[in-house]
Ligand binder design. Structure first.
Ligand SMILES: [Ca+2]
Ligand SMILES: [Ca+2]
Length: 264
C-alpha cells in the first residue's frame, strides 16, 4: 500500500468506529460521592439550612475538582485558626444561610438562593459559567445569563451539567422549596425517560442516596424509599469555571512547566 492508500484506509477505519451505532438511549454521567462535602443540615436562627448546606457540600467538590482555582477559597479559613476543617464548612454554611435569609430571617426565597450563590463566586477572579432551570418567573432576578425560567429542569440538563463536572443543586417540592439536594450522578434512558439519580441529602449526608426518576407531565419525579419519595424537581442550579478560565489555567500550567524546564 502506498502512503495515500494507507491514510485512506486508516481514515475509513477511524470513521467507521466513530460512526458505529452505540446504545444512544442510555445517558450516564457520574461524579465521585466521596469528593463532595457531607455536612449535615441544621437549623440556623430557627430555619432549616438545606439550601446553604447543599451548596457547601457542592463547594467541597468544586475545591477538589478545580483545585488550582478554588482550593481553600470557596470555603476559606473562616475561623482563622490556620486549618481548613469541618468548623470552617459550618461557618461558611452559616454565612451563606444568613446571606440568603437575612439577619431578620425575612428572606429564604429561591431567587435569593440563586443570587447569593452567584455572589459567593464574585470575589474570585475567574469566569464562572452559571446554569440553571427553574419553574419560576425570573424577571428581576440577579444575573440571569445561563438561567432559564418558567421551566422544569430536564433530565438532559442534569446529565449535561454532571457530564461537564459542574456541581448541581436540585430543589424538590414547590410549596416552600422544601428541600435541596446535591446531585452526584445521573443515568437515564432518553427514549423511555426513566433512570436513576444519586445525591447527597443533607438530612442524611454520610452516604450518597439514590432515587429512581421518571418524567411525569414533563416534570422529573423522584421515587425513592427515603424521605424524598415522590417529589418533583422544580429547579436546578449549576456552575463551573468557564472553558476560557480552564484554558488560561492550562496555559499557566504550561508556562510553569516551560520555565521549570528552562531552569533545569
Ligand atoms: Ca479553620
Ligand atoms: Ca480548625
Amino acid at each position: 500500500m502506498n502512503k495515500l492508500t494507507k491514510y485512506l484506509v486508516v481514515s475509513a477505519l477511524i470513521l467507521s468506529v466513530w460512526c458505529l451505532p452505540t446504545d444512544a438511549a442510555m445517558k450516564k454521567a457520574s461524579l465521585e460521592c466521596a469528593d463532595f462535602g457531607h455536612i449535615e443540615n441544621e437549623e440556623i436562627n430557627g430555619e432549616g439550612a438545606c439550601a446553604a448546606t447543599s451548596m457547601i457540600n457542592s463547594f467541597v467538590f468544586l475545591e477538589k475538582q478545580y483545585s488550582n482555582l478554588f482550593k481553600n477559597k470557596l470555603i476559606p479559613d473562616m475561623d482563622g485558626d490556620g486549618d481548613h476543617d469541618e468548623n470552617d464548612k459550618n461557618l461558611a454554611r452559616k454565612k451563606l444561610h444568613v446571606n440568603i435569609w437575612g439577619e431578620d430571617n425575612s428572606g429564604g426565597t429561591i431567587d435569593l438562593v440563586w443570587k447569593e450563590k452567584v455572589k459567593w463566586f464574585e470575589k474570585y477572579e475567574c469566569l464562572i459559567d452559571f446554569h440553571g432551570m427553574i419553574e419560576e418567573d425570573i424577571t428581576g432576578w440577579y444575573k440571569t445569563t445561563g438561567l432559564t425560567g418558567n421551566t422544569f429542569p430536564t433530565l438532559n440538563f442534569l446529565y449535561e451539567q454532571i457530564d461537564k463536572k459542574q456541581d448541581v443543586e436540585i430543589f424538590v417540592e414547590k410549596t416552600a422549596y422544601d428541600h435541596a439536594l446535591t446531585l452526584v450522578s445521573i443515568e437515564y434512558d432518553d427514549v423511555s425517560n426513566t433512570g436513576k439519580i444519586c445525591y447527597v441529602d443533607s438530612n442524611d449526608p454520610v452516604q450518597c442516596k439514590c432515587a429512581d426518576v421518571n418524567l411525569d407531565g414533563g416534570k422529573i419525579k423522584l421515587t425513592s424509599t427515603d424521605g424524598n419519595n415522590s417529589t418533583v424537581i422544580y429547579g436546578a442550579f449549576a456552575e463551573c469555571p468557564e472553558p476560557a478560565t480552564m484554558g488560561l489555567l492550562i496555559l499557566g500550567g504550561l508556562g510553569v512547566l516551560i520555565r521549570r524546564r528552562r531552569k533545569a
